[in-house]
Unconditional design. Structure first.
Ligand code: NAD
Length: 356
């Protein structure tokens, strides 16, 4: 990689803009040349953090020293900001969800192609360790072939902030957290989604969804349940997966979890019946002692590089993007299918761009 640092201007210096500012300051290949935010208070915060606060977006685009524009604004303005940057010859990192629709994303990709510049979406949760542990289990068949994957995030704080409540600005939880969980799933599972059904929840009375559940069926036989909730005062585990030889659970982001598999060494003996509730059951009795093995979770799957370093390698022409725009477009299509499935109460088929 080149020894000179590539200069980045962060557009939108709110929660995520500040986070990028910190992370980029720690990166050896990138540096923050400044920020631009519409709000005076955010521009002051930028100056206080030691970053130049540009006075207008035009000033950013006209500055030949700026190589990369990083977009961390609300979702409805991603497209316009990205296309202007690409047309001005800048490379672009854009926050998720990259756009409000697949049609918008196609325009952004076309602008990147036209300008021969890089557009890469910050699907950072591909690097989450809990996800990479599941990815490892999928690849190594640690609990046999996975056939059911349940991926959930449950909070009890409602929808945060301001614009996340507004439909026109791309609010709602499907676009917010849904895009992460769906991106992880499609990144991991190398198979076509053959059907999707879903429900969105509006418990809090907002015009946007405060959560959703989607059930996806893949051609290779995997069923996935994806759920986001913001009204869950008791959270279900982050991951619950079933394989042909066992089950696994990951409770949280600190990787509390375990695997329980069949003990192939032990002779199969039916469990003794137990009293359960007011009845008797053998089917639901705990397996006999020694017939299962409890193990620690495996180490996480590795990705070829970290997000920013991969971005730098891509703009220097030495690597392929780990987050590919065709994959991001596929996720955007899936989100649209989930919205349609929920609105029509129908199972949606034949929308997947897998292999296209
Ligand atoms: P935020 O409201 O905290 O910050 C957004 C900032 O953008 C505000 O300061 C606002 O004044 C500014 N802004 C709005 N329109 C602008 C414009 N046209 N030009 C310049 N500035 C403008 O929002 P946030 O939580 O930081 O989210 C920003 C983006 O980051 C969203 O797309 C969100 O989905 C994404 N995000 C990603 C992650 C992740 O882990 N990848 C986490 C949080 C947020």
């Amino acid at each position: 990689m080149s020894s000179n640092k590539h200069t980045v201007v962060i557009i939108g210096y709110g929660g995520m803009g500040k986070f990028h500012g910190q992370l980029i300051s720690e990166n050896e290949h990138l540096e923050v040349a400044g920020t631009f935010d519409l709000l005076e208070a955010r521009r002051e915060a930028s100056t206080q953090a030691g970053f130049k606060a540009y006075k207008s977006y035009e000033e950013v685009l006209a500055d030949p020293a700026v190589e990369v524009v990083l977009i961390a604004t609300p979702n409805d303005v991603h497209k316009a900001i990205a296309i202007r940057a690409l047309e001005a010859g800048k490379n672009v990192i854009c926050e998720k969800p990259v756009a409000m629709s697949s049609a918008e994303l196609k325009e952004m990709i076309a602008a990147a192609d036209e300008a021969s510049r890089v557009l890469m979406v910050h699907q950072n949760r591909r690097w989450d360790e809990d996800f990479r542990v599941i990815k490892k289990m999928y690849e190594m068949e640690t609990i046999g072939a996975l056939f059911q994957i349940e991926s959930r995030v449950h909070g009890a704080n409602g929808i945060p902030g301001d614009w996340r409540h507004v439909k026109e600005q791309g609010g709602g939880m499907l676009l917010d957290w849904g895009v992460h969980l769906l991106d992880q799933l499609l990144f991991m599972i190398d198979s076509k989604v053959t059907s999707v059904s879903s429900t969105l929840s509006y418990i809090l009375g907002n015009e946007v969804d405060d959560g959703f559940e989607a059930v996806l069926q893949f051609e290779n036989g995997i069923k996935a349940i994806i759920e986001v909730g913001t009204t869950n005062f008791i959270a279900l585990p982050r991951w619950y997966v079933k394989g042909t030889e066992g089950s696994a659970v990951i409770e949280d982001w600190s990787l509390t979890g375990r695997i329980v598999t069949r003990n192939s060494e032990s002779e199969h003996r039916e469990p003794a019946p137990i009293r359960a509730g007011v009845g008797l059951t053998k089917t639901m009795a705990p397996p006999r002692k020694g017939s299962t093995i409890t193990k620690a979770l495996p180490p996480a799957a590795e990705l070829p590089d970290r997000f920013y370093n991969n971005f730098v390698a891509v703009i220097e022409g030495t690597a392929e993007p780990i987050v590919k725009n065709a994959e991001v477009l596929r996720v955007q299509n899936l989100i649209e299918a989930i919205f349609v499935a929920a609105a029509s109460n129908e199972v949606i088929k034949d929308f997947d761009t897998y292999g296209a």
